[in-house]
Design a protein around this ligand. Sequence first.
Ligand code: MN3
Length: 210
Amino acid sequence: MIYQLPPLTYRYDALEPYIDSQTMEIHHTKHHAGYVNNLNKLLEGQAKLAERPLEEILADISIVPEDIRQGIRNNGGGHLNHSLFWHIMGPHSGGEPGGILGHVIQTTFGDFSIFKEQFTAAAMSRFGSGWAWLCVDFKGRMEVISTPNQDSPIMLGYRPIVGVDVWEHAYYLEYQNRRAEYLAAWWNVVNWEKAAEVFSHCMDMVAKRP
Ligand code: MN3
């Protein structure tokens, strides 16, 4: 499969003042595009591997030939992680999720504010580059986790619902080293309706698992 950079469904300046336009544009057209291009290069001449869904490859990275394994891990993870990141953000967003997603967050963590604290703590304590995630495990249980570099939660047996990029390229232009400020602002661009669709899809996948 030839991977393509997914277009954003909103403008680069749509997340202002929380995430600035220049950061969005560089992040999408340079960083994410770079992962996609590298992934396609790595898969050249790997017809059998390339026909498997990326999720499946990352779920069992040992199937990847050793000489391209780390590259697939970094660039395949980077592609999946960013695709979800753009999808669950948007203008006129923030607040708290309603519906089943809101209910499950409440029953899992006690309260939305406790979830938010745990998620922020996971994002703050990630040393160097990586991500914080709200995930479900193979039984559909909700959990907050963090991954280094571009590792995908899929590599650990989770399905990601919401993730925040804490690589410095995600916030340095606007917030410099102030990750806490970026995270505080980021909650305002989380599109919980989109997250609810992702959650529903994840729970369908969990239900279909033998
Ligand atoms: Mn990034």
